[in-house]
Design a protein. Structure first.
Length: 116
């Protein structure tokens, strides 16, 4: 059974940083493409970033490019999202996902709130 546990969210002032983590189990993590998504109140869930199984290839939404960095540690079955220069519009629940074409398994989400 695939399980993803998201953590690292919190309250931060605009311009601050947070690092999200997602610990995975029940799958061959080192062979899995992983992604981060977010959902703000009243909005649809949206793509944030994606990383290939070996960490070599990454993709970012335009809104976060240059501020967020996705990475992974296959020895720890963990994917990370380093978020810098956070802005109020980044406030959302952030979810990691296993991507098999489209997101197939989801973490429980971690709340990120950015105050102005």
């Amino acid at each position: 059974q695939v399980q993803l546990v998201d953590s690292g969210g919190g309250l931060v002032q605009a311009g601050g940083s947070l690092r999200l983590s997602c610990a995975a189990s029940g799958l061959t993590f080192s062979a899995s493409t992983m992604g981060w998504y977010r959902q703000a109140p009243g909005k649809e869930r949206e793509f944030v970033a994606r990383i290939s199984w070996n960490g070599i290839t990454t993709y970012y939404a335009d809104l976060v490019k240059g501020r967020f960095t996705i990475s992974r540690d296959n020895a720890k079955n963990t994917v990370y999202l380093q978020m810098n220069n956070l802005q109020p519009e980044d406030s959302a629940v952030y979810y990691c996902a296993v991507v098999i074409g489209t997101p197939r398994y989801w973490g429980q989400g971690t709340q990120v709130t950015v105050s102005s």
